[in-house]
Write a protein that binds this ligand. Sequence first.
Ligand code: BES
Ligand code: MN
Ligand code: ZN
Length: 493
Amino acid sequence: MRFQLTSGSIVNAKVDGIILHLLQAGKKYPRYFNEIDKALGGALAKRLRDVDFKAEVAQVVSLNTLGKIAAKNVYVVGMGEETKLDSFAVSKAYAAAARKARSENVANLALLYSENKKVENFFQTAIEGILLSLYRFDVYKTDKQQSGIQTLYVCHGPQQTAAIQKQLKLAQVAADSTNLARDLVNRPGSDLYPELLAAACRRLFKGKPYTLTIWDEKEIKRRKMFAYLSVAAGSPRGPRFIHIKYKPAKPARKRIALVGKGVTFDTGGLSLKPARHMMDMKYDMAGAAAVIGAMQGLERLKVDVEVDGIVAATENIPGGGSTLPGDVVYAMNGKSIEVLNTDAEGRLTLADALSYACSLPRMSEVINIATLTGSCVVAVGDMLGAAMTNNEAMLQRLRQCGEAAGERYWQLPLVDDYRDHMKSDIADIKNIGEASTASTIIGGLFLQEFVKGVSWVHLDIAGPAFSSKDQLVSTKGATGFGVRTFLRYISSL
Ligand code: BES
Ligand code: MN
Ligand code: ZN
């Protein structure tokens, strides 16, 4: 999408559609609304009365202007009560308006630059709502839809261009990075196995400020990542360990790592999943995609911290060489793990990826993101991630950034007493708990065994990684959840 800034009045904008948002504010309409309404001979206010418009969040009303102003259509979208206004309301409202406009074959749109003190970077949030909701994945469609919104005109007052440019850029980076993650996740398992994910990274991270390291099975063996390798054992398509380094031009103040679960397809292995649980499992690399998407945004944001993006990519499929339930494997940090269920594979790959991340020099914070447990979907649904930590203050900061970015997390406690559930008869720990209770927390406790000397947050995004329908700023399918949290968080450091 192209953006064009204009200081001309929106009443004169020669476009297919104008978007106007309205807060619930008694009987009085804002000045910009009255200006357009007047040019339309009162038709807009009449239409809102006719449909009993309540300015509820994302309630959209469209009106054909019948040639009375230059724009062909006006889209009025509600944004709820001002007292309740937050980033979710803003992005959701603009997403709804953009969807409606596209459904009416609008090719170019105009909107007013606006801010609201209740939502920091209001304008950025609105543009993110538009860009994210218009995402389409048609790589495999033989009949690709050509229609879509091409140009967005931003009407503004004098001296506002700097703020607009800045927020536009932030919104574009956030949306491009999120949509990149969505593209990766939406690709079928046989079209994005570990080698192809590594190849995608080679295309994405060429040269400064990035350094890319990719290890194949032989090198992973040499590094003694046997927990990770045990997941790859059944697959003829080998694993790839991907390490993306981002180094700012100036000496970095801080070094952090993002570690993403990259199981490109999870059949469960020999502990095979039933068909209804397997069909969505191409999404099991959504954590990896969130890391790759965010890493890709760092260059454009010119952040000044050093960031390591780490993905231990593998398939989890049964085969002649598969790990057997009951096998014992040794992780990179020397701990022995009894693999009682080969479907609890994410934690095995992350065990070694986390050990590696923590071993990097000057590492201070590690965040991992994973579609780790089905029970997380039961606990918090598809709108929230679950978060666990060894550092409360770090998690609070991360959650705040997520909230501002339109991504919510709910904290689960890493209750020490539950460690007993991981006791193994013959090894240091086993990879599942007892009787499948507190399974999301057990997942977090298991990962914690491989975290050393750093502040750490574990994000379980099994629910929000994909969406069963178009909702909020998400489209059906992969959501790219986590990318925007990471970009805001890293920018805030
Ligand atoms: N990838 C799944 C978790 C998952 C399930 C994500 C559904 C999204 C939707 C993970 O590898 C898995 O299979 N976890 C098991 C763990 C159990 C065996 C301890 C689970 O949640 O059932
Ligand atoms: Mn699994
Ligand atoms: Zn999995």
